[in-house]
Design a protein around this ligand. Structure first.
Ligand SMILES: Nc1ncnc2c1ncn2[C@@H]1O[C@H](COP(=O)(O)OP(=O)(O)OP(=O)(O)O)[C@@H](O)[C@H]1O
Ligand SMILES: [Mg+2]
Length: 286
């Protein structure tokens, strides 16, 4: 429904049997990544300040304001069409917004002087449909942006790519193509690819909703590790088990507005708005 920065993996159906393929070593112990130190001190890692956005005459976001501190994990939920994807895409300038400002690690997103490719390299993003390059091997997917955007040499980029692939349990698949991996494996590659850029924050847009149920856990495990390593994360998801486990805060959106922005325990314990209560009662039934 909205634009994406990479081509879709057209025609690369996951290989059903690949989940049990030899060489899927599972997660390795140890930190997945050490987030680089913030360049700005004393300010939130992400500050979203009075964002409004329109598509033509349709207002998709209305005066959205929130902050994400360094190391915080914020889950964003809400009904379909409420603006969740649009909001997080504004954070790395994949979607423009008309009013308000977003600041990421001290850098203003909407500012003529901001180098957007550099900003995007510091904001990792993982999409529902992986968005791997289907014609490139897994290791080439992991090294391309490191080389093109960060100017790393082939050896450095390859080493970091292979290291991260090992951390997500997929070393044996480096020379395969995305279509030869299961959906869960492809999503772990997509996460490793984002991490290869040494992001200061990671944004996830329903990273498990396109997966077969048996593959959801392996992707959530990687995300839980990442949260425990101290990564700053905004995660659009309806996986309330994940939210209960690792979220610091939950944001509930409806009709383009942040209706609720609460500490996890408050959100699950006593959501204040009727809309949030209704939403929770519907998704928690299943
Ligand atoms: N490029 C676009 N042009 C016009 N309208 C759009 C565009 N992208 C999204 N919208 C509309 O904006 C609203 C919010 O969309 P968005 O994708 O952010 O919602 P969402 O909360 O992520 O929904 P979902 O849970 O279905 O992913 C929807 O009404 C959608 O139809
Ligand atoms: Mg969405």
């Amino acid at each position: 429904m909205t634009s994406t920065p990479m081509p879709a993996p057209g025609g690369t159906e996951p290989v059903a049997a690949a989940a049990e393929a030899p060489g899927d070593e599972g997660l390795q112990k140890g930190p997945l990544v050490t987030p680089p130190p913030a360049t700005a001190t004393g300010v939130p890692m992400i500050a979203i300040d009075g964002i409004s956005k329109w598509y033509g005459s349709f207002q998709v976001l209305t005066n959205c304001t929130t902050q994400v501190e360094k190391g915080e994990v914020v889950v964003v939920c809400g009904p379909s069409g409420s603006g969740k994807s649009t909001l997080i895409k504004c954070v790395n300038a994949l979607e423009p917004f008309q009013t308000g400002q977003i600041t990421v690690d001290g850098t203003k997103v909407k500012d003529k002087g901001t180098n957007l490719p550099k900003l995007r390299s510091r904001v990792g993003m993982v999409f529902q449909h992986f968005e791997l390059f289907p014609h490139l091997s897994i290791i080439a997917n992991l090294t391309l942006a490191q080389r093109k955007v960060l100017g790393r040499g082939a050896d450095d980029a390859g080493k970091r790519g292979r290291d991260l692939l090992a951390r997500v349990g997929l070393s044996a698949h480096a020379d395969k193509f995305p279509g030869q991996l299961s959906g869960g494996q492809q999503q772990r590659v997509a996460i490793a690819r984002a991490l290869a850029m040494n992001p200061v924050v990671m944004l996830f847009d329903e990273p498990t909703s396109a997966l077969d149920p048996e593959m959801v856990g392996e992707v959530l495990d990687v995300m839980v590790e990442l949260a425990r390593d101290g990564m700053t994360m905004m995660v659009v998801t309806h996986e309330m088990g994940f939210a209960r486990k690792v979220a610091d805060r939950v944001i509930f959106m409806d009709k383009g507005e942040i209706v609720e922005d609460a500490k996890k325990d408050d959100f699950f314990g006593k959501p204040r708005s009727e809309r949030a209560q209704h939403f929770l009662s519907k998704i928690l039934q299943h």
